[in-house]
Design a protein around this ligand. Sequence first.
Ligand code: NAP
Length: 326
Amino acid sequence: MQAILQTGDGYAPTSTGPLIDNAADWLEFATVPLPDVGEGQALIHIRRAAVNPSDIHFIKGEYGQPRLHGQVAGFEGCGDVVVGPKSLIGQRVAFVAGPGAWAEYVTVDAATCIPLHPAISDNDATGQIVNPLTARAMMGMAADAGDAVIITAATSQLGKLMIAMGRDMGVKTIAVVRREVDLGADVMLNTQSPDFIANAKAALSVLKPRMMLDAVCEQASETLFTLMPNRARWVSYGKLSNDAPHLTQMGQLIFLGKRIEGFWLTQWFRDTSPADKMAAITDVQTRFADGRWTTDVAAELRLDQVVDGLATAIRKPDGKTIIVVR
Ligand SMILES: NC(=O)c1ccc[n+]([C@@H]2O[C@H](COP(=O)([O-])OP(=O)(O)OC[C@H]3O[C@@H](n4cnc5c(N)ncnc54)[C@H](OP(=O)(O)O)[C@@H]3O)[C@@H](O)[C@H]2O)c1
């Protein structure tokens, strides 16, 4: 089968963010044997695979698990089960691989395959697990924390999903961006505007958000955190900026009860009961099937175009890069 293999191994000592200048530094296009199918596994003939920031962090050795030289890249996609439990054969499913999605075929634990509602398009199905479940889990945390939430990198797919969810849940969204764009949030704050701090002070003093869901983690995030009310939580769930922000008001952790913490979907999977996971997956599918959520696609690449085209494709604004396998 055709596949995109990682050329790196283990972890890298760098922290350079989810962009690359040349994918050939990290990846190669190859023809390899189909993966073996073990007991309890399913072989999936892949239709499309997602390109998420985590995939780029990972191929560079900067993610929460080590690379294996020669292993297929890519964590997420959708396709049709061709070998596995009888009940799954022929079903179109969403999957998360550990990795292995940037190829024609992948094997995954059959129990983790998510059969797809027919109304969900292949593009929506491709990113059906990682971002939607993260959005849902974090907006649940935000609703428990208060009436308003700060969402950074709000132009990201996750940002858009969370803003849409905020509207449904009655949680006011303060969207932080680095370019002028209308996302339908209650408040927009542009970190590049000369009025950023004044606008932030004005909005935060009225809406009093007790949670910031932050995928950027730059100095502007720290500034927002210092302007948030007592008991505010800064939840770091991504590192889109290469900035190493410094903390300017440590006393707020002591006297105002503020907290800095992380969120990782992998940990959420470990901590969440099967029933709650099933409820989340069903809700995600319903949102895509009825059109409340949708996936904006900025670029499509075939497998044989990934090594040459990935660096340019992932710089395109306003949508995801998707690998169209067939
Ligand atoms: N912790 C978890 O479990 C978990 C799970 C899923 C995703 N994530 C994280 O969630 C984040 C969003 O993922 P996604 O797939 O939704 O992203 P995406 O759709 O690929 O969008 C990336 C976005 O990042 C913005 N961006 C990139 N560098 C930036 C910077 N230095 N400062 C400000 N904005 C920047 C871009 O803004 P412009 O439009 O202005 O270019 C773009 O909107 C990523 O950090 C990802 O790793 C974490």
